[in-house]
Design a protein around this ligand. Structure first.
Ligand code: ATP
Ligand code: MG
Length: 567
């Protein structure tokens, strides 16, 4: 493609509001433009890269025996009501009405559509297992669309769904998809890690997320420093290997703690460590109020709380609610004497504290020398806190460390929830009617694009991996007005194209400095510069990411490219 005839609007300055590298560079290098908040246009270069990623996904999915299809973005409300997700999905679901006031959603995902389709088309065990996929545009009215393509309101997803007779069959497809995802992300050149994840309230079982390692990632991965254990911090189980101190119990006492609100303030004021204080937070778990107690140095993990109650919603109670029920605001809540008013649950660590402090449910007061069992009762002890760096790894090997990750894909054992709700039944080999068992598997294709840029850039621009780059070769002249330079460049352009190499030819009448800067910014892996020695047939060859540079005679260009690409 000739640059003079294409739309590659590069920018010198970092655009306002673009906080992370992938967002900045994709805008600056002319790959994308924002059309509305969280909604982007892919310019010619962006579209080429997107297509490269899609092709890798497609090849590997096809290789795994999945069938590509395409479903509509526009989905009737009825099927969402049948599964109950019309209500559960909340404001993230983009809803609209047609001219007859019939309700629709713009699909954030396609379980409803595919399950009702398969319900109508697959009636016999002979058709199972079956895996279907699509690469399609999704809509989610995200609360905070940000970071460019990483969290859009309109984005490209590959979503796949598998249908089975048995859980064993689901396990096989799940493993196959897990392996396929690893191949896809390896081919994309990404540094990634599959992690154990939360399956949420939708009746699911096993699930893994694939995380591209990156400091801008919104997820925290807890991994073992010695084994290959890795989990989303939401899920990482804490091994309760606490010990009871050997001191003797002291008398409980109420003390004044004026204006001491945070755990740290109270600990400092009472002169003990954070771990000797008890933290009590009141949560609304679906409609029920629950007082959750942890040690002062621990944080409540709301996902674990939600899973404990198999709830669909968990949120902190308001200060108004805590005052009404327990008579105190956030800073003075505690578990003593409240079990007739609210259910008290506590993290395992709480069982092992001795002579601790806690809020007295009276503003400005705390109890000291509080002991579980003697001074307060707990309905249930459970793993309710976030794991911390240095905790023993849940698999018993080594200790936990943290890393940040961008969720680029997820594989999920759905079980029979959707098939059950939508009546996706089949006849087994005995002629008996049974409910299908399902799996679903997503890859954020456009998010992968941004994640690649997060991992592949330097101070001058993007450094695309060969297989993802929009073009393989960036061809340019130092001075396009010089006949011998433009003639040789024209000739090389023809030759490379005939050899099946994707070339972007910068034939613009710009200064060399401008062309080089744009070329570094765009990040095509191999650059051929036609300059001073054009008349002798020599050009300069440069590798974008390593900076490796050599003079090559035009007759050796193909050989050099082939050698470099194999490296
Ligand atoms: P997140 O937790 O990041 O909101 P999710 O778990 O809700 O994502 P899934 O329903 O698992 O997302 O969707 C499958 C994949 O689609 C995700 O793994 C992610 O790569 C991608 N994805 C999800 N939401 C977005 C978004 N708003 N913008 C771009 N990609 C997204
Ligand atoms: Mg997910």
């Amino acid at each position: 493609m000739k640059q003079s005839q294409s739309l590659i609007p590069t920018l010198k300055e970092v655009p306002a509001g673009a906080d992370i590298k992938s967002h900045q560079l994709l805008l600056r290098a002319g790959f994308i433009r924002q059309t509305a908040s969280g909604v982007y246009s892919y310019l010619p270069l962006g579209k080429r890269v997107l297509r490269k990623i899609e092709e890798i996904v497609r090849e590997e999915m096809d290789q795994a025996g999945a069938n590509e299809m395409l479903m509509p973005a526009l989905q009737p409300a009825e099927i969402w009501k049948e599964t109950g997700r019309w209500d559960v999905y909340g404001p993230e679901l983009m809803r609209l009405q047609d001219r007859h006031e019939r309700e629709f959603a713009l699909g954030p995902t396609h379980e409803e559509v595919i399950t009702s389709l398969v319900k109508d088309e697959v009636k016999s065990y002979k058709k199972l297992p079956l895996t279907l996929y699509q690469i399609q545009t999704k809509y989610r009215d995200e609360q905070r669309p940000r970071f460019g393509l990483l969290r859009g309101r309109e984005f490209v997803m590959k979503d796949a769904y598998s249908f089975h007779e048995t859980y064993e069959s689901l396990d096989e497809s799940y493993q196959l998809m897990y392996d396929t995802y690893s191949k896809i992300f390896n081919r994309c050149g990404l540094d990634f890690r599959p992690v154990i994840a939360d399956s949420g309230a939708m009746g699911g079982k096993d699930t893994h997320e694939f995380m591209a390692l990156s400091d801008v990632g919104e997820d925290t991965i807890a991994y073992s420093d010695t084994s290959d254990y890795a989990a989303n911090i939401e899920m990482a189980e804490v091994t309760p290997n606490y010990e009871k101190p050997t001191t003797s119990l002291k008398e409980i006492e109420k003390v004044e703690t004026p204006n001491q609100k945070t755990m740290q303030e109270v600990a400092d004021y009472l002169e003990h460590s954070l771990s000797e204080g008890l933290k009590a937070l009141m949560f609304k778990v679906d409609e029920k109020l629950v007082l959750v107690v942890t040690r002062g140095d621990h944080e409540v993990n709301d996902i674990k709380l939600k899973n404990l109650y198999q709830a669909s919603m968990v949120e902190l109670a308001t200060e108004h609610e805590t005052k009404q029920l327990l008579g105190a605001g956030f800073g003075s809540l505690g578990p003593v004497g409240v079990s007739d008013k609210v259910e008290v649950v506590a993290d395992h660590a709480v069982e092992y504290v001795m002579n601790a402090s806690c809020g007295a449910n009276e503003d400005g007061y705390h109890f000291i020398n509080v002991n579980p069992g003697r001074d307060f009762t707990v309905a249930k002890y459970a793993d309710l806190r976030f794991i911390q760096e240095g905790d023993p790894s849940p698999d018993g090997q080594g200790v936990v460390k943290f890393a940040r990750g961008i969720e680029i894909g997820q594989v999920f054992k759905l079980g029979d929830f959707y098939a059950d709700q939508l009546g996706a039944l089949y006849l087994d080999d005995q002629g008996k009617s049974k409910t299908m068992i399902m799996g679903c598997y997503g890859i954020g294709v456009s998010r992968v694009l941004a994640a690649i840029v997060e991992q592949f850039h330097d101070e001058n621009g993007i450094t695309w991996p060969d297989v993802i780059a929009p073009f393989q070769v960036h061809l340019l002249t130092i001075n396009a007005k010089k006949e011998e330079q433009s003639q040789l460049a024209d000739k090389l352009y023809q030759m490379l194209q005939t050899s099946g190499i994707e070339v972007l030819y910068d034939d613009r009448k710009e200064r060399a400095g401008v062309k080089f800067a744009d070329s570094d910014l765009i990040g095509i892996p191999y650059r051929i510069t036609v300059g001073k020695r054009a008349s002798e047939g020599y050009v300069e060859f440069k590798h974008r990411s390593t900076g490796e540079q050599l003079e090559v005679h035009e007759s050796n260009i193909m050989e050099t490219i082939n050698k470099m690409m194999k490296k």
